[in-house]
Design a protein around this ligand. Structure first.
Ligand SMILES: [Zn+2]
Length: 292
């Protein structure tokens, strides 16, 4: 090989350094996320890049989300709300988080591990009417049909985001049951409490925690009169035990708009709102998403 051609690349490199010519560098993806998350907690993942991003895909707990990419201070950025619900039977405590971004020229991948930490939740021992523990055949059938509709409502991952954080607390009132309570009905262990119970006088309006679309509204066996709102990007809010539903399926609602009136329908001991939040199907503590 002639000596000149061996020298040529090095000469170019020196020239480039001398004159400050930018050499092609590998685009980088910056990812901000917590290393560990308490059981039942929501968390935010932020992605930044100096290179324009055409799309971002986030994979976590078997779900896939494409957060909206925007420009800010000359950088591409995106964020997503994720969470780890309380699953007694989910094995393992380390879950992979994969972030894939597409630039105009290449595909970037970043991987993280989110560690789930145990969280101490209180226990609640209640005596409830037998009709809610020993469902009759037709009640069980009704409950299963309702659960199928609920499953569909929680599985929605609409592409645009209608909400901003923090969320609005749907009703003022004292907490009658916190999220995560490990419940025992007539001494039998049940699934932990999946929402936040806020006590209020019957008839008090319960409002939407953010803008969204009503995807399910009806009278359910356990939850009573219920409303489900899709806020986009996998966030769904739930309002249970209403005395009256004031919205209809398919209706767009704004943050602060009344969705129903506080009541005591379904399996309850007194008038309150059970407010639930689902993030990509994970039921997380709503209390951690409201402003102070
Ligand atoms: Zn509740």
């Amino acid at each position: 090989m002639p000596r000149s051609s061996m020298l040529f690349p090095r000469t170019l490199l020196l020239l480039a350094l001398f004159f400050g010519v930018a050499l092609p560098v590998q685009a980088a993806l910056e990812v901000e996320c917590p290393g560990s998350v308490g059981e039942g907690e929501p968390f935010v993942v932020r992605v930044h890049s100096d290179t324009p991003l055409e799309s971002v895909t986030i994979r976590f707990l078997g779900k896939e989300l494409r957060p909206v990419v925007s420009e800010g201070e000359g950088r591409a950025q995106a964020w997503a709300l994720l969470g780890i619900g309380m699953h007694e039977r989910r094995s393992g405590s380390e879950f992979p988080l994969v972030i894939e971004a597409q630039t105009p020229t290449e595909s970037l991948v970043e991987k993280r591990t989110i560690r789930r930490t145990d969280k101490k939740y209180e226990e609640q021992w209640l005596d409830v009417a037998d009709k809610f523990l020993n469902l009759k055949g037709y009640e069980l059938k009704r409950h299963h049909l309702e659960q199928e509709a609920v499953k569909q409502a929680l599985a929605r991952i609409s592409p645009s985001r209608a909400y901003t954080l923090p969320l609005t607390k749907p009703v003022d009132g004292r907490t009658s049951s916190t999220y995560g309570l490990r419940r025992f009905f007539n001494k039998i262990p049940k699934r932990p409490h999946s929402g936040w119970d806020i006590a209020a006088t019957e008839g008090t309006p319960a409002v939407a925690c953010a803008d969204g679309l009503v995807t399910l509204a009806g009278d359910h066996f356990f939850a009573g009169n219920s409303v489900y709102i899709d806020h986009g990007q996998g966030l769904v809010s739930m309002y249970f035990h209403l005395s009256k539903i004031e919205v209809a399926e398919g209706q767009a609602v704004r943050r602060g708009e009344t969705v129903g009136l506080i009541g005591a329908t379904g399996r309850v001991t007194g008038p309150h709102l059970h407010w639930g939040i689902s993030v990509l199907g994970e039921l997380v503590d709503p209390n951690l998403l409201v402003g102070n």
